[in-house]
Structure formats: C-alpha cells, structure tokens
Design a protein around this ligand. Structure first.
Ligand code: ATP
Ligand code: MG
Length: 577
C-alpha cells in the first residue's frame, strides 16, 4: 500500500459485475483509495444494484432461522430498505447524530444486522456487547463508552434499569420486544409498524487511511470491548476504513467467497469475529450470511442445521469443534459444507484430526485479535500444518520479534508482532479509547506487539505458543501451555484442560493441569489416572513439560466469548485471589 500523492474524491463507478472487482485498480496501485467510503452505500447498496440488474445468483444476502420454525430472508435490496428505516428511527426518534455512541446487546437476531447497517448509514458509533453480560458488565460498558443510547431485549432491560441511574449520559433505551416497559421505546414497533419513511441520506464517512503514523486516524465506526481474558476489557476503536475496506484491498483472502456461497459463523454478536465473518467479509463478495439464533450451543442443533441448509462455510471457536467431535458424526450428512474455520483460541491438532477423519473436511485456522481482525490464516488451497495457524494475512507483515523489536529468524521463539510503521495498515484499530498508556504499550519500534508468543517456520507458517503471561518457566525451561494441553486432550479421559504455572519450592514453578473428565471416566481411580495422564504427556511431548500437578474439575473458568481464563486459575494457584 503506497501513500497517495493525489486524492480520489467521490464514489467509485460500477465498473464490472462484482463489487470486489471494482477495486482491482486500487489493489494494483493504479488508483488511489477514495477519501470517502461508507460500507452501506459503497458495498451493500452496490450489491443491491447488481442484484436488481439480475447479475447476482438468487440466494439471499441474509438468511436467519430461529430453530423454532421462524425464518427471515433478505435480499440486499430489502436489507437496504429496512436499514434505512432503522437509521431514521435512530436519528429522528432517538435524536442520535453522527459520532454518538450506541450500545447494542442483542442475541443472534436479524435486528442486530439492521442496527449495524443503520449505524453505518448515519455515522453512529456502534458498541456491540454479548447477551451474557451482567448488570455490572453493562454498567462498566455504559460508563466507559459514554453511550447515549442502548438497544437490548426485554430479558436484559431490568439489568440496564438497575444501573441506568449511574449513567448520566444515557438518554434513550430501546427494546426489541413484543411487550412494553416504562422508560423504554419499542424498537420493533418503531421500525416495523410506524410509517417511517426510510432516510435516503447516508453519512459521508472518511476512510481511515493512516499513511503515516503521524496522521490522526479518521472516523470511528465501532468500539469493541476485548474479551477480557487478561484483565478488564479494553475499548478497541475501529473505523469503516479499517474493517470495511480491508477485505476490498486484500486478495480474496481466507476462503475465496463468491456471491453463491453461504457462510455460517456461530460466534456471538458481541465479538469481532461476527463483524468480520458474518458481516464485512462475506458481504464484500456478495455472499449470503447465514445465522441461527442458537439460544444454547447444542451439538445436535448445529449438526442438524448443517444437514438442512446449504451452508458452504462453517466458522466457530475451537470449543465448537471440540464439542462437535464428541458426537457420532457418521449419523449426519451435511448438505453443502466445504470449508471449516476455527479462530479465537488455539485449535488442538487432535480435534482437527478427529474432525477430518469423521467428516473428510479440514479445519482452516485463523488467528486474530479485536485490535486488528485476522492476523494469520490458512487460506483456501494452502497446505495445512496441524498446530499452525497459517501465514500472515494479506496487508499485514507479521514477524516474530524480541524485547527490542528486532526480527528473529525462523524457528526462534519470540513475540508475534505486526509492522505498523511507517504505514499503519488498513485493518488496524485506531486506538484503545481513553487509554493512551495501553495504546503506547502495544507499540514497540516499528511494530504493534500482540502479547502472544510464537514461532515462524522457514515457510512463513506461524505457531502459537501462548499468551506472554501464560508461559510457564520451570527449572529454566519455557513451556507454552497449549502444547501440554494438546497432548492431554489426546487422552480419551480428557474433554477439556487448562495448563498453568503453580508454585514449587524447588523449581520455582511447575506445570499444573486442570482437567475436565469425560463422563465415562468419572469413576476411575484418580491417582492412577493422574499417573496415566503424566505418562501420556511424557510420551507425546518433551518429558520436562509433563504436568507435575493435576487437578480434576467440573468446568474451567471462561470469558463470555468462551475462552479459558488461565490467569484466573494461575492467580488461585499463587494465592493472588
Ligand atoms: P484481553 O485483550 O481483554 O485480555 P483477549 O486478548 O482474549 O482479551 P480477543 O481480542 O478476543 O481478546 O482475543 C485475541 C487473542 O485470542 C489473541 O491475542 C490470542 O491470544 C488468542 N487467539 C485468537 N486466535 C487464536 C488462534 N488461532 N490460536 C491461538 N490463539 C488465538
Ligand atoms: Mg488481547
């Protein structure tokens, strides 16, 4: 990506039959990036025109099922019409203006997608949150973000009311519900029944293109709270230019989507993965976003859905695949499934193998962060190396660096970092909002440092070792928890496990494994099982990595995005809680 020497104003003309192809000359560096870009008008509305001209296959743009017989199917045109109505509700009824912040805590229901598109049209900054948030979590988010408006369901409305008096800036509360509640506007009624004329104007939003790190980033679009795996969630701010423009400038990255593909990502709406895999990336290519309401993550529901609907791509966290391989998959015949993608946590090679042997399908791993979306991936056609999360994703120069930001050679362990200077690539967050200290800490030399440790091999494939804080140093050895966990999970007794450091008078710290047992092993003699597990690890990895301590637990502490909170287990071990 070269810095521009002239600026291209105005919208790009519809040059060919596909939105992505229109950006070809920009990808080749023959044309500058436009100064103004709005994902709603420049991508979604363009697909609507293509659709009207009969140049897109007839599959919907959005297909939602409740699991209880209800179904919603929208074309790009319908999505455009309804989102304009919602934009009108937000700007007129709720008085929100460009730059105002709106928290959206909704389960996987169609309204989430409408609100998101509407916010883009109006330039309102959207802050997604998961439906599992407690009143305390909501208070933290409302206060930290200074949001003026919140949209949620009747289920969470009481939690919001219990903390609303402590949030002076919160002016409007909207509920997606069939009922009513004092102090709340009914979102469904406002946008569905009221004769709100859809607004035609779409805000002009500047693309965030930070050609030099001196340039102040441009217009915010979304603020994600990180998962909070290692502390309080951080407010990570992105622009439309970052998440919306990146896939347009990348080669058809990760899975080569086309307008006839249908993508199902099972992640929660509060997580960046949903914005990437159920919004920007499929829609840039005119693909269909498939959503199941999934009130509970139930294997049978997921497997049956794959059998009943023509889903081509399945995206989920490793937990999803760990759960699915516990079933007899030979009973299910998937209708169309071709690609599977896992991201958010390391994927154990054992799970990958089990899935492959039972379904014939590979799992492509992606590695990313709230801060910059997908950093590494195994793209379509790439060789799969179990235990590796693929190569650097397009637009990113990913390296392994040491404490002084020196690039380390292949095979050497260090911190995973992405080059951010002199050009901050598209896709990067603009900053941690109201936290210049954290923003500064994430920069080292010419790099943004991820806080994760890993290695890169000669072919440019990255291997995840662990979060910097999770590394165990025992008798001078550095041990990444993931490798030990992957060894343990190969054992039939182990359903899930987390490995952390534990104090030891002799060695300083030792490896300790928390293990969730498979029900068939619950009556086994635990002492001999412990020895059995230790022997198994000694045989599968370097013997010094075996867990000297093993504790059997019913479940592991997890973040609401389903990630194992090793820091909580570690703090308990070290008496820090
Ligand atoms: P916080 O920053 O608040 O502690 P978090 O880092 O878990 O939370 P996210 O941005 O949701 O918040 O997660 C990004 C992190 O998830 C990465 O830094 C990495 O540690 C982990 N991760 C994501 N994908 C993978 C993967 N494929 N393999 C290993 N780890 C992964
Ligand atoms: Mg993080």
């Amino acid at each position: 990506l070269k810095p521009p020497n002239r600026t291209f104003h105005g919208h790009l003309r519809l040059l060919s039959s596909d939105v992505y192809s229109q950006y070809e000359s920009i990808r080749q560096g023959k044309q500058e990036i436009p100064k103004y870009f709005n994902f709603a008008s420049d991508v979604l509305d363009k697909w609507s025109e293509i659709e009207k001209a009969g140049k897109r296959p007839s599959n919907p743009a959005f297909w939602w099922v409740s699991g209880e017989g209800e179904e919603v199917k929208w074309s790009f045109e319908e999505l455009g019409f309804l989102s304009r109505k919602v934009a009108n509700v937000l700007t007129k009824e709720c008085g929100l203006q460009k730059g105002d912040k709106l928290i959206v805590i909704l389960p996987r229901i169609p309204e989430w997608w409408l609100v998101k598109v509407a916010c883009m049209r109006a330039g309102i900054v959207i802050i997604p949150g998961t439906s599992q948030l407690s009143a305390k979590d909501i208070l933290y988010r409302l206060q930290a973000s200074k949001a003026k408006c919140i949209i949620t369901t009747d289920k969470l409305a009481p939690a919001v009311d219990s903390v609303a008096s402590q949030c002076q800036l919160l002016k409007t509360k909207l509920m997606v519900s069939k009922g009513s509640r004092e102090g709340w506007l009914n979102f469904t009624e406002l946008y569905q029944t009221k004769q709100t004329a859809p607004t035609n104007s779409t805000a002009t939003i500047e693309v965030i293109i930070t050609f030099s790190f001196l340039q102040k980033p441009i217009y915010p679009m979304v603020i994600f709270f990180t998962s909070g795996t290692t502390g309080s969630p951080k407010m990570t701010q992105h622009s439309q230019g970052s998440l919306g423009f990146r896939p347009l400038l990348s080669e058809r990255y990760w899975l080569d989507f086309t307008p006839s593909h249908m993508i199902w990502n099972t992640a929660d709406t509060g997580w960046i993965l949903t914005s990437v895999a159920s919004f920007f990336d499929p829609w840039v290519f005119g693909s269909c976003v498939f959503i199941h309401n999934l009130p509970r993550t139930d294997s049978a529901v997921i497997l049956n859905t794959l059998c009943r609907f023509p889903i081509d791509v399945l995206v989920g966290a490793p937990t999803l695949f760990r759960m699915l391989v516990q079933n007899d998959l030979s009973k299910y015949k998937f209708m169309n499934l071709k690609y599977c993608v896992s991201g958010g946590e390391p994927l154990n090679p054992e799970v990958m193998e089990q899935w492959k042997s039972q379904t014939g399908l590979d799992i492509h791993e992606v590695y990313g962060q709230t801060e910059m979306g997908i950093i590494c991936c195994v793209c379509k056609g790439m060789k799969i190396k179990p235990g590796s999360m693929g190569k650097a994703a397009p637009l990113y120069d990913v390296q392994i660096v040491d404490k002084n930001a020196n690039i380390l050679p292949p095979g050497q362990q260090g911190e995973i970092a992405v080059r951010s200077k002199p050009i901050r690539p598209l896709g990067f967050f603009s900053e941690y909002l109201d936290n210049p200290k954290k923003t500064a800490e994430s920069e080292r030399g010419d790099f943004y440092v991820t806080g994760d440790r890993g290695t890169m091999d000669e072919e440019g494939y990255f291997q995840f070792i662990g979060r910097d804080d999770d590394i165990i140093i025992s008798s001078g050895y550095r041990i990444g928890p993931f490798e030990v966990e992957s060894a343990l999970i190969e054992h039939p007794a182990v359903v899930e496990t987390a490995v952390v450091s534990s104090p030891d008078p002799l060695r300083g710290e030792v490896v300790k494994a928390f293990v969730v047992l498979s029900p068939t092993f619950s009556s086994t003699d635990l002492e001999s099982l412990t020895r059995d597990l230790q022997d198994h690890v000694k045989k599968t990895t370097a013997p010094y990595k075996y867990p000297r301590k093993v504790e059997f637990v019913k479940e592991l502490p997890k973040t609401i995005t389903g990630k194992i909170k090793r820091n909580e287990l570690r703090d308990k071990e070290w008496g820090r809680m």
